[in-house]
Design a protein around this ligand. Sequence first.
Ligand code: FAD
Length: 338
Amino acid sequence: SIASKVPSVLYKSASFLRLSSTLAFIETSPEGKVLQSSLSALNAANQLGNPISALVVGSNANAASEELRNKIKCGNLNKIIVAKNAAYDNFLPEMLTPLCTELLRSDQYSHFIVSSSSVGKNVLPRIGALLDYQPICDITKIVDANTFVRPIYAGNALATVKCPQDKKLISIRSSSFPSIEEGANEAEIVDAPLMESSSLGTQWEGASLVKNERPDLGSATRIVSGGRGLKNKETFERLVTPLADSLHAAIGATRAAVDAGFCDNSLQIGQTGKVVAPDLYIAIGISGAIQHLAGMKDSKTIVAINNDPEAPIFQVADFGLVGDLNEIVPELTQKITK
Ligand code: FAD
């Protein structure tokens, strides 16, 4: 409607004057603790160099906003938008999308950033559809405010994409962006707009979570991962668990190991599992299929234990131990424990 009343040249130049700023969606634990993946999303937002508004939602949004202001060093974070409302607990996309869309309709936001978690994957396409913008998913690098790198073909190629849209809706691969530094900032805390409550017929029924004392697989700095070469659940537990214990590491697995029932499917790493990039990744009895490599090849140091010297895992490994895992793994565990 403004465009129809204002001469087109003026209208265009006015749109250039729009402020560039980034809205970052922050995921939290049920207790309101900011998730590691969202600290990576903030780091990505910071790299854009624009002022950042962080959106926190749910019953414990106040705790999250305090943590964001007092525990992270982020000069660009100038606003924390708090939607303290139990309706946003559990991050139902039907509830979150109208709120994010309402905020993003404002001209001030040039970028929206969320981590490529199940919440991000649920919300981003809905926002894209409602605002008519193409989302840019799972980016691993920011080249400039319009240009991003994202893996394609299960990580076998990297595409550099340039986005001419005036709003960029982005999800980030959190393993590619380190967590933002600890410290404090001067962000102003404001209330989110009140939205009409409508869950579009969706209702939260409950969550059945696997309890795990180990470091979270997605953010662990060390991972010991087992494959089909371990032959059965008993060997997986007898060999992988003590080695992981000795290194205070998370446990991962291939899809073949998960499908064979050696461990829970929440441990699967790869194209259809989790994407990780720890400092140390120990692959035991894993051949190195491309679908598995898609989830771990960015690990800083890869150690492979396999009795087949031709196994493809050795092509990405920094250290390779060719031999029987039944002998190598107990010896390694014993030496590390000592
Ligand atoms: P195998 O390929 O069977 O390898 C076992 C290895 O153990 C062999 O290299 C063998 O030499 C070694 N070995 C055997 N005995 C010993 C011993 N005694 N000592 C030492 N080494 C030994 N896979 C994933 O992991 N993650 C995914 O997300 C995933 N997504 C997929 C998506 C699609 C669409 C498809 C088609 C496949 C996907 N896969 C995925 C499956 C993938 O293609 C492989 O089948 C799988 O990764 C193989 O797992 P593995 O390495 O444990 O088993």
